[in-house]
Design a protein around this ligand. Sequence first.
Ligand code: HEC
Length: 134
Amino acid sequence: MSNTRFFAVAFVVAALAAAHAAQYAGWTIPDGGKDEKSPLKPSADLVKKGKGLFASNCQKCHGPLGKGDGPDSSSSSPAADLTDEFRTELNPEGVLYYKIMNGHPPSMPAFKSTLTKTDAWTLVEYLKSIRAPS
Ligand code: HEC
């Protein structure tokens, strides 16, 4: 491979890596995390359970409807509006799962030591139900 071609390829690879990192800047999403699928069977009951978990763990920052307007949401680093349409593409279910488990310190806490995997996937089902379809 000529030098020019080598640098062109290296540039594209670096640009792709940077785009990937920027998309999830600061969040710990393992390789393949975005392709991970929920082990739970979707149902209305699961969404209802997720809503309950959301009320007790997330509502204080993300607000009762997930719009990011809870009383503990800080003005300098506001809690995300989880109903935004673009989040459907940004956060496939595997990414939602890792975002909940690993958080984004200091403003979004990690829940891996307080929630079980089943709880986290149950929350994922609820979050999928509140965001606008894209
Ligand atoms: C102490 C306040 C707080 C609590 C409690 C909290 N969050 Fe967050 N959350 C945030 C903040 C702030 C952000 C934005 C962080 C950032 O982008 O750096 C965020 C971001 C997120 C995101 C990522 C949004 C995106 O598209 O990148 C998800 C998903 C999320 N929270 C889900 C939850 C769930 C589910 C719970 C409950 C288990 C929860 N959060 C509890 C503050 C909180």
